[in-house]
Design a protein around this ligand. Structure first.
Ligand SMILES: [Zn+2]
Length: 656
């Protein structure tokens, strides 16, 4: 492992102690083999003047909710060193008291809550303290002879700390281990926490960080010498329908839709195909705090997907029963799964959550494989993992997120969404938590969808293979498709039948009707494996209230309505609802320049305002009205509605 220290870059963080602390914390956070997503913590001890001008000794310790890789100065909580030392001398302290007293001891009450390891940081008599959950330390110490190995690798440079619960108990344990000792005189540079992680410390920021890199490198070299074998590799035989099925089964077990991310890399497939992986791959995590993201162990998926997920749930229940005392059981759905021939699948409420799990699982499979190869992977006993998984302080971290949105965990495919109604629909679905993928012929669709956190794919919807590829991309990326909004359409120029160019008719029917039929043909197999699945077509007021010169458009929308009705009949047995929305024209799109509006209004002998509100209720219909309606139609509000035609037109006497 290489030190990432760079003098020029370091200078940009400031030469003061906190600036250096921010910089080397980020260096630790930059390496996924050291810390992942909020893991690890760091601190620096400084003397500062408080508000009243009195000198005060502070321990700036990483604040809860911050990630080392992106931490800023504000991410460190300034806690009075004296108070932390006092706490370390108490015989016992409840978690609630510890959290409260740490906050009470901060010179800035608006700073984030200090890490649960703040007391431990304070009692270590060095200015800079760095703590990680390095993979190599896990592989080294998750072993029957972990302690002997640490002695062999590090000699007397480190203090060896047997596993105890993090927080106050760990701080007390270390306080006892270092009591009455002069760590500097002894040449102590760090601590190895068996089956947990590594601490290094020094009065110099760079030195403390580079000690970390040096020790992890020593562990890596020791392991490499013992193992020699490279990680297993294999070739994926990806089955996307099976992936959608797995996502569906896991989501139902969890009670809410999940995003599923398939890692089909050669390493993931190689790992999943190892003969004994169902055994050693499910023994436990690299470090206890991974368990709040991944649970104690992944699921192992065999031939029967449903039975495999059920087995995981049964095992989880048994684990809970063996270890719980007065706890309420969390859901019994796996957070990741080892799947022979497919790879490793990670699940989450959002794409971000699923990616976090994917990162942890990627580290896990490499480290567990190494640990097993160098003498047997032996992670923490399940009771210790249970204590962390069900620890109030850890669960509180997960609950900090925002309230659940109506489409959270769902995947929505929207066609024709570069502008106008289509864009408004994509935006409304994304606002309500859906992961949106937009298909459009507009070459700017990737950037347009990026604005709403979605993915845009340039596709000509009248072509078969590109549409098939786009659908498969969505499933590969997110695990399935739950909401389909079939919106793409054109409004051709006004032409009476006797002078209409044949090509204009054909093109309109091809885009406004046949492309929708083709999309259904390809997407329905996946929608059948969706969650609370819903298909929505975008029709037009024109279907019931056609106008002269719009035969192709009116016929295409009438036929689209019939397509929707037939689809609703065909898909009702699968509990998939299929509905159509009939909007009136909207004028808040770039198509309608002020001049174009003026011309159209004049044609009707109206003012622009009259023209924009020419409906019974005299209201203007906006793109967002349609977007919000479609989002509602995709929500549980419409869970028992299928085959419906919903006008959003302000009332029209030809429609009513
Ligand atoms: Zn830790």
């Amino acid at each position: 492992m290489q030190s990432l220290w760079n003098d020029t870059e370091a200078a940009t963080f400031g030469t003061d102690l906190l600036g250096q602390r921010v910089y080397t914390s980020r260096l630790l956070g930059r390496n996924p083999a050291l810390v992942l997503h909020g893991g690890g913590n760091t601190s620096v001890k400084v003397t500062e003047k408080d508000f009243f001008g009195d000198e005060v000794e502070l321990c700036y310790v990483k604040g809860s909710g911050w990630d080392l890789g992106t931490i800023e100065r504000e991410g460190f909580s300034p806690v009075r060193q004296e108070a932390l030392i006092k706490m370390s001398k108490l015989a016992t302290m409840s978690d609630a008291d510890m959290v409260l007293q740490q906050r009470a001891a901060m010179t800035n009450p608006n700073a984030p809550a200090a890490s649960i390891e703040a007391i431990l940081h304070a009692i270590l008599p060095f200015r800079f303290v760095d703590h990680s959950h390095a993979n190599a330390i896990s592989a080294l110490t998750c072993h029957a002879d972990g302690e002997a190995r640490v002695k062999e690798v590090f000699g007397s440079r480190v203090i060896i700390v047997p596993y105890v619960m993090p927080g106050f108990i760990l701080a007390k344990t270390v306080a006892d281990l270092i009591a009455g000792r002069d760590l500097r005189a002894e040449g102590i540079q760090g601590m190895v926490l068996l089956k947990h992680g590594l601490f290094t410390f020094d009065d110099d920021a760079r030195k403390s960080y580079e000690l970390h890199i040096e020790m992890v490198t020593q562990a890596e070299e020791f392991l490499a010498k013992k193992s020699g074998a490279p990680l297993a590799t294999g070739e994926a035989a990806t089955d996307l329908k099976a992936l959608a099925k797995l996502r569906q089964v896991v989501s139902l077990k969890r009670g809410v839709p999940q995003i599923a991310r398939l890692n089909a890399s050669a390493e993931a497939v190689g790992y999943a195909n190892l003969p004994a992986v169902a055994d050693f791959g499910t023994r436990g995590p690299l470090t206890p705090d991974h368990s709040i993201r991944t649970k104690r162990a992944p699921a192992f998926i065999g031939e029967d997907i449903e039975a495999s997920v059920q087995k995981f749930a049964d095992d989880y229940k048994a684990y809970f029963d063996r270890n719980a005392s007065g706890h309420t059981m969390l859901d019994a759905a796996p957070r990741f799964a080892i799947w022979p021939n497919q790879g490793v699948v990670s699940f989450g409420d959002t794409v971000k959550d699923a990616k976090i799990v994917a990162d942890i699982s990627e580290s896990t499979l490499a480290t567990v494989q190494l640990g097993e190869a160098v003498g047997g992977w032996e992670p923490l006993p399940e009771k210790d993992i249970f204590d962390i998984e069900y620890w109030e302080l850890e669960q509180a971290k997960l609950r900090k997120g925002p309230a659940r949105k109506v489409h959270q965990g769902k995947v929505a495919l929207v066609t024709g969404c570069a502008a106008g109604i289509g864009f408004a629909i994509a935006e409304s679905l994304a606002e309500q938590g859906a992961q949106v993928v937009g298909l459009d012929i507009d070459k700017d669709i990737p950037e347009i969808m990026q604005k709403i956190g979605g993915i845009g794919i340039v596709v000509n919807l009248t072509e078969d293979q590109p549409v098939q590829d786009a659908i498969e991309f969505v499933v590969r990326e997110f695990g399935g498709i739950d909401i389909v909004v079939s919106n793409a359409g054109i409004f051709p120029k006004n032409e009476h039948l006797d002078v209409m160019a044949q090509n204009d008719w054909d093109r309109t029917i091809s885009i406004n009707l046949t492309s929708h039929q083709k999309l259904m043909n390809k997407v329905i197999p996946y929608v059948k494996l969706g969650l609370d699945a819903s298909i929505i077509f975008v029709g037009s007021r024109n279907f019931k209230a056609p106008g002269p010169g719009a035969s192709a458009y009116s016929c295409s929308k009438a036929a689209l309505t019939q397509l929707c009705r037939v689809a609703s009949l065909e898909l009702a047995p699968y509990r998939i609802r299929v509905n159509i929305v009939h909007p009136d024209a909207v004028f808040d799109t770039k198509l309608w320049t002020p001049e174009a509006l003026q011309r159209s209004a004049e044609r009707y002998g109206m003012t622009v305002d009259e023209y924009k509100t020419k409906n019974l209720m005299k209201v203007e219909i906006k793109s967002k009205d349609i977007g919000n309606m479609v989002s509602a139609m995709a929500s549980p509000l419409f869970s028992k509605v299928t085959g419906a035609q919903i006008p959003v037109d302000g009332g029209n006497d030809r429609v009513i």
